[in-house]
Design a protein around this ligand. Structure first.
Ligand SMILES: C[S@@+](CC[C@H](N)C(=O)[O-])C[C@H]1O[C@@H](n2cnc3c(N)ncnc32)[C@H](O)[C@@H]1O
Ligand SMILES: O=C(O)C(=O)C[C@]1(C(=O)O)C=C[C@@H](O)C=C1
Length: 240
């Protein structure tokens, strides 16, 4: 499918906080590919993990599924297991894009427009939540992780990817700069990077790696570990 280029922060003035609206949904695949280091590789690694761990007919949720990239990939790689795939996102514009793409790729995936706080998770073999918990108010995070834990079957898998911060202030600053250099190499200007940083302030609230691990442990996951990290982006796995 044709991919439209992200020019969201090339405008003169940003009047509002970052939102997952139609304008963003239209260019979101380009934004994801150029803003999240190893975005594609994390999706592929998730597929490999689920290929090894999922039974036949697994029920798999993707919370904050955006335009459906992960589920569309899983529909291919897990096709012999005949998975039931459910994507949840509270942005109608994102879900419309996801449905359009799934149709174009001829993949059977259920996409639901709903807030993660409101959905019911039941009998899940796996739950994926990539780069989305960071947009949920910190106080609400424990109850969401508990709901995911409760909705998983025994030995179920939780995959969580997040932008993270570090307790060491100087290292943290260096890592943020390295990340912005990554964005520059992806073709974003200093001004675009600065404007997006402003729009994301108080909207994207990253935790440390330890805080994320603790969230999973407190919810009851019997084992949890990071399985991928590039500077300030980390992917975790939790096993029920
Ligand atoms: C950075 S994107 C996620 C990217 C996606 N998981 C992927 O890997 O392609 C964050 C998504 O979370 C959604 N979102 C944020 N808060 C949400 C909430 N409370 N309930 C449901 N979706 C939410 C946004 O609409 C957005 O599509
Ligand atoms: O932190 C940034 O500057 C980003 O662009 C990261 C990030 C994310 O991690 O979700 C922020 C918003 C978009 O959803 C895509 C990427």
């Amino acid at each position: 499918m044709e991919e439209k280029k992200d020019r969201i922060f090339q405008v003169e003035k940003i009047e509002s906080d970052f939102r997952f609206d139609r304008e963003v949904a239209n260019i979101f695949d380009d934004m994801l590919n150029r803003s999240i280091p190893f975005y594609r590789q994390v999706i592929e690694a998730t597929g490999e993990i689920l290929l090894k761990t999922m039974p036949d007919n697994p029920k798999i949720y993707d919370l904050g599924c955006s335009t459906g990239n992960t589920l569309i990939y899983l529909a291919s790689i897990l096709k012999d297991k005949k998975p039931e795939l459910i994507g949840v996102d509270n942005s109608r514009d994102m879900v419309e894009k996801a449905r359009e793409k799934a149709k174009a790729y001829n993949k059977k995936i259920e996409f639901v427009v709903s807030d993660i706080e409101k959905i019911e998770i039941k009998n899940a073999d796996a739950v994926i939540m990539n780069y989305t918990l960071q947009f949920i108010r910190p106080l609400k995070r424990p109850q969401i992780i508990e709901k995911i834990y409760n909705g998983l079957k025994e030995n179920g898998i939780f995959i969580l990817s997040e932008k993270v911060i570090f307790e060491h202030p100087k290292l943290n600053r260096n890592f943020v700069e390295i990340y912005y250099n990554f964005k520059k190499k992806q073709g974003y200007s200093e001004l675009e990077i600065a404007k997006k940083r402003e729009a994301l302030e108080n909207v994207l609230i990253p935790f440390t790696i330890n805080e994320n691990i603790q969230l999973l442990k407190n919810a009851g996951f019997s084992y949890t570990t990071p399985f991928f990290q590039w500077i300030n982006f980390t992917s975790f796995i939790g096993i029920k």
